[in-house]
Structure formats: C-alpha cells, structure tokens
Design a protein around this ligand. Structure first.
Ligand code: PDD
Length: 298
C-alpha cells in the first residue's frame, strides 16, 4: 500500500509528495518539527507535543499554519489514510518557499508536512538488557530547546556512536557535563539513589518523554533532582537510562565501555519502564514480561 503524506493541504502518495526546491527548510534548515506517537488512534501526550511545537514556532517566529484542533485532525487523518492505529508521526513546519535570502520573506507561506509510519517498539533486546552509549562533545548551538530541523551535529554524533557499536551518543559540555543525547534525554540514578537529569535550559531539548517520566517518577515516590551530572557521577551511578518518543525508557548499562552499576537495568529503570508503558497504553496491553517481572522484584 502506498504511504500517504500530508503536504500543504493535500494528502498524496509519499512518492509524489514534494516541496518547492527553494523551500527554506531545505536551504536554511529554517523550520521546526515534532515526532509523536498515535496510540489506538489517539495522540499520545498530544498537549505536551503541541505546547512544545508552539514554543519552537514562537522562538523562530513562524506563525502556526492552522489551529491545534485542525492540526490534530490532519495528524489523525494522515494516520487513518495509512491504515494505522499505532503510528509514529513526523510533523515539520518550515518558513516555506522563497527566493534564497537570509531575511524572512515579506509574506511567508509556511510549509506543513505530516507523515506517519507504523509505530516501532524500542529494540526488544536493548529494552530488556540495556544498551551501550558513548560520550561525545556537545558542539551544538545555544538554542537546543527549539526543536529545530537543523540537526547536523546530532546526526554526526549518532552516526559516530553507531560506528562504535553504541546505541546513542551522550553529549558533553564543559568537558564532562552531560547535557542530553543526540536524539534523547539522559538520566542516571546517582550514588545516593536520586534520579538526575539536566534541568530545562537552552542546552537541552525538553523531551516530552523526559517530562512524563519525571512526573511518573515523582508519583512513584522516586527522589528526583533536575540537576546536571558529570561523567564521574556516571561512573559512580547505580543506574542509567535515556528517554525519547521512540526509545521510551531505554536502560543504559555501559557508558564509554564502563559498566553502569551492576551492568544490568536497575529497579528504578524497570519501574519507570513499566509506569511509562501504562501511561502510553493504559490497560490495553501489559509491559513486556521481563520488564514487569523485574519491576515487581525491584
Ligand atoms: N528526538 N533530545 C533531542 C536532541 C531529541 O532529538 C529528542 C527527540 C529528545 C527526546 O524528546 P521526546 O521525548 O519529546 O521525543 C531529546 C526525536 C524523537 C527525533 O528527532 O526523532
């Protein structure tokens, strides 16, 4: 079946979907995006994704091309036309086509693209046993809170991690402070048992999954501190994990070849995996049995 994309008011087969050759998204990475899940036909954490989209659009001074209600309808319709009920949706808004000039066009016509694909589960082996990550210098700009389509540093970092056999690159500022990862947020359970992640600031993207997981942790009674951690603190940490819309709560058991804690996903990670699963799916399906069993044991 042909995949259907939404582009500026039309639903078209993906192979026929085009944007203008001088779209500012292509020429200047002048645009923002969101990646969100649709589960059972409903937007998962839609409010948080829409709130972030508005923050991104405001920050780059692009006017929303339509109301939130209309955009939610376009997302649902794109999912429906692709005959999906559980989907990963990509949404991009650029400043649109204009003769190439750094200055904004006088009358911009933003380009809105929505695509949907079957929701892929996080890698089951990694989800069960944990993944390895490597660290890399964070060479990005100082507006990382904007979900900008300008992702070249992220792409290079993730590619380098993959070529080292790692799942993700954890990014370092000031030499040893972890900001976040190339496409996810980074967490540890520190030596005192406190769940730590970098506070919201211009050097990280405020992940929707990050905010959900922090809420779930607080509700579970896990001590939480939105305080940055260093590589030395990773070495002393009990547990580590990363979060994103597509990786959910992914345990991290190796950082730069060093084992984290016991070298297996820890009890806090397991509880949060299970709580996140419940948050996304409700009672529709149980968490993978290994996750549930470990969470119960922890
Ligand atoms: N990545 N940090 C960065 C730099 C990201 O690109 C992402 C998301 C996150 C996690 O955000 P969220 O929990 O809202 O997915 C953190 C998306 C999924 C991507 O670019 O594919």
């Amino acid at each position: 079946m042909a995949r259907i994309a939404y582009v500026n008011g039309r639903y078209v087969p993906k192979s026929d979907a085009t944007v203008h050759v001088e779209d500012r998204g292509n020429q200047f990475a002048d645009g923002v995006y969101e990646v969100l899940k649709v589960v059972g036909g409903r937007l998962s954490d839609g409010d948080r994704h829409f709130a972030r989209l508005h923050r991104s659009l405001d920050a780059v001074r692009i006017a929303p091309p339509m109301s939130d209600a209309a955009l939610a309808q376009v997302i649902r319709e794109t999912v429906r036309r692709n005959r999906l009920t559980d989907a990963t949706v990509y949404l991009q808004i650029s400043r649109g086509p204009a003769p190439r000039d750094h200055l904004f066009p006088a009358v911009p016509h933003p380009t809105l693209i929505v695509t949907a694909k079957r929701m892929k589960r996080p890698d089951p082996a990694g989800y069960a046993d944990g993944v390895a990550v490597v660290t890399a210098p964070d060479i990005r700009w100082l507006k990382c809170e904007i979900k900008s389509i300008s992702l070249l540093p992220n792409v290079l970092a993730k590619q380098a991690a993959d070529e080292q056999g790692a799942y993700e690159a954890w990014l370092l500022r000031e030499g040893d402070v972890v900001t976040e990862a190339s496409a996810s947020n980074a967490f540890i359970v520190d030596a005192q048992g406190v769940l730590r992640t970098h506070p919201l600031s211009p050097v990280i993207l405020g992940g929707v999954t990050r905010s959900v997981v922090l809420d779930l942790a607080r509700a579970e009674g896990v001590p939480v501190a939105e305080r940055a951690f260093t590589t030395a603190e990773i070495a002393a940490a009990r547990e580590a994990f990363l979060t994103s819309t597509s990786s959910w709560v992914m345990p991290v058991v190796r950082v730069d070849g060093g084992v984290v804690g016991e070298g297996v996903p820890g009890p806090v990670t397991r509880r949060l995996q299970q709580a996140y699963h419940r948050h996304v799916f409700g009672n529709r399906e149980a968490a993978p049995s290994n996750v549930a069993a470990h969470a119960a044991a922890g």
